[in-house]
Write a protein that binds this ligand. Structure first.
Ligand SMILES: *Cc1c(COP(=O)(O)O)cnc(C)c1O
Length: 525
């Protein structure tokens, strides 16, 4: 098979003996389109705006001397451009999206319908609170559900992502230590942690000390004890951890951390596996972020808005940033705008974000929680775990499990030892999955496992969907073992683009359109 200039396979013609290429570069329904800057024209627009009256410019020397140079398209061209682009993308609405640790699950359309109600969609963050009591009540209600599910006493709703929530929780811990007159300098982070954990600790000026993983992939309470001292501010731990395993010693770990005067930060990104089953508050957690865009099905990916509310224990509640939600004596949720109103004497660290957080995400998350109910959320967690164990069971005879055939939580972790001697790497294997029509699983993470492949099917996949996914993976394993490494090196063949130079993209991102394609830029350099 040969490839054309953009890396698409072409077929030889029986009559001419040369490769057949389409004039457009399109392949049936797979339609190529340029960037908006390439296909747009400056003199075209899809809207008809009235001439603006001529007024004297008061911009003086700041007035623009050159045309604004925005690309324009007519309305139908605009539609086609973006629809064509969207068809080159993968989406949870297209197929299984088994990214480990990310909980890419179905976003129920009911959530979308609720979020589009004008009373929620059209509020402005600068509106006086008195004009949006319903929206405030909704935020408080969403917070109340989170407190109920986690068994914690206060929740800051404003953080805008998991990593932002980590910063918020760790800042509350820092504020609490400062209030105690202490300035501890170390944060303990297990080796299997998500990269945002050590990054958050480092950002706040802490020295990060790694806790090695045990043979079985979990954290050993003795290893934590060995690193604890009066200089340790906190331990950051994910449970279930990023190997998909439940940290069984979590209560003993929490006790040891507290005994040393430190705080226990839990990374709640994997809460999907345990919601409705275990309350982190009962396990001794002091602060935990919740990724609404993972566990509570708000749309996720493409850099879209996330939401990372942080729940805090009673000890840390006084240090929650404003605004926050807490329960009053009657168990009613209150939305606290300023500390003064609440009559608190504590010293919070201020605001973590402007305004109240991602309103649209709160509506979607609450719609998800209310439509499931407590029994439904619990079932979602159980089904997520069941699905992961099903995938593990169906693949364990052909792929390799680094920690033995242990019961997993919401995700199944494989290493690359089953590929040994085949010449196929984890990366090749993942690229071949693209040709099968699947988004690859998480690769090379967690780092504690060689060539890791972390699969999180989530509860929203049916058995039929999982069987097809498993079938594709089993056939890829068979092909790799049959010595067909070459086809893996060529993959993906059927994707809109072949293998990209990911290192170059990361090291030399070109963030501004200059009118030249990167190859041209490089030639000019
Ligand atoms: C996703 C994730 C995070 C970070 O959350 P973002 O919303 O992407 O910032 C942190 N820890 C774990 C374990 C995660 O999976």
């Amino acid at each position: 098979m040969t490839m054309n200039s953009i890396g698409r396979p072409t077929a030889p013609s029986a009559t001419t003996g040369t490769d057949v290429e389409t004039f457009t570069g399109n392949r049936g329904l797979d339609i190529e389109d340029g960037l908006i800057f390439e296909v747009g024209r400056n003199d075209v627009t899809g809207v008809d705006v009235p001439e603006t009256p001529k007024v004297a410019s008061r911009l003086g020397a700041h007035a623009r001397k050159t045309p604004i140079d925005l690309p324009g398209l007519k309305e139908p061209e605009t539609m086609r451009h973006y629809v064509r682009l969207s068809r080159q993308n993968y989406a949870i609405d297209l197929g299984v999206y088994p990214l480990g640790s990310c909980t890419m699950k179905h976003n129920p359309r009911l959530n979308e319908k609720m979020a589009r109600l004008p009373g929620f969609a059209d509020v402005h963050p600068l509106q006086p609170l008195a004009t949006v009591p319903g929206a405030i009540e909704l935020i408080a209600d969403c917070g109340r559900w989170l407190l109920e599910l986690t068994g914690m006493s206060s929740v800051a709703m404003s953080p805008k992502a998991g990593a932002h929530g980590e910063a918020c929780g760790m800042m509350a811990i820092k504020a609490a230590l400062t209030a105690r007159g202490e300035s501890r300098s170390i944060v303990l982070v297990p080796e299997s942690a998500h990269g945002t954990n050590p990054a958050t600790a480092a950002l706040l000026g802490y020295k990060v000390v790694a806790i090695p993983a045990r043979e079985d992939g979990t954290v050993d309470v003795e290893a934590v004890k060995a690193k604890l001292s009066s200089d340790v501010a906190a331990l950051m731990l994910t449970n279930p951890n990023t190997c998909g395993l439940f940290e069984r010693d979590i209560v003993a770990i929490a006790e040891a951390v507290h005994e040393a005067g430190a705080y226990f930060y839990a990374d709640g990104a994997n809460f999907n596996a345990i919601m409705g089953k275990v309350r982190p508050g009962d396990l001794g957690v002091d602060a935990m972020h919740i990724n609404l865009h993972k566990t509570f099905s708000t749309p996720h990916g493409g850099g879209g808005p996330g939401a990372g509310p942080v729940v805090l224990s009673e000890k840390l509640a006084p240090f929650a940033p404003v605004p926050f939600v807490r329960f009053d004596a009657d168990g009613k949720a209150e939305f606290i705008e300023t500390r003064k109103q609440a009559g608190d004497t504590a010293t919070p660290f201020g605001r973590i974000a402007a305004f109240h957080g991602q309103m649209g995400m709160f509506v979607r998350a609450l719609a998800y929680m209310m439509s499931h109910g407590s029994d439904g959320l619990k079932q979602a967690a159980e089904d997520a775990v069941l699905n992961a164990n099903y995938v593990k069971a169906r693949l364990k005879d052909v792929m390799s499990l680094p920690f033995g055939d242990r019961h997993v939580m919401h995700e199944a972790l494989f290493d690359d030892s089953f590929l040994e001697g085949t010449g196929v790497t984890t990366l090749d294997f993942a690229k071949a999955m693209i040709d099968e029509g699947f988004h690859p699983m998480t690769m090379y993470f967690p780092l504690v496992v060689h060539g890791a492949m972390l699969i999180e099917p989530t509860e929203s996949e049916s058995k039929a969907g999982l069987d097809q996914f498993v079938g594709a993976l089993r056939s890829l394993v068979a092909r790799a073992k049959a010595g067909d490494a070459e086809s893996f090196k060529a993959a993906p063949i059927h994707a809109p683009r072949r293998r990209l130079d990911e290192t170059r993209a990361a090291r030399h991102p070109i963030l501004k359109w200059t009118g030249e394609r990167p190859e041209q830029q490089e030639a000019a350099e």
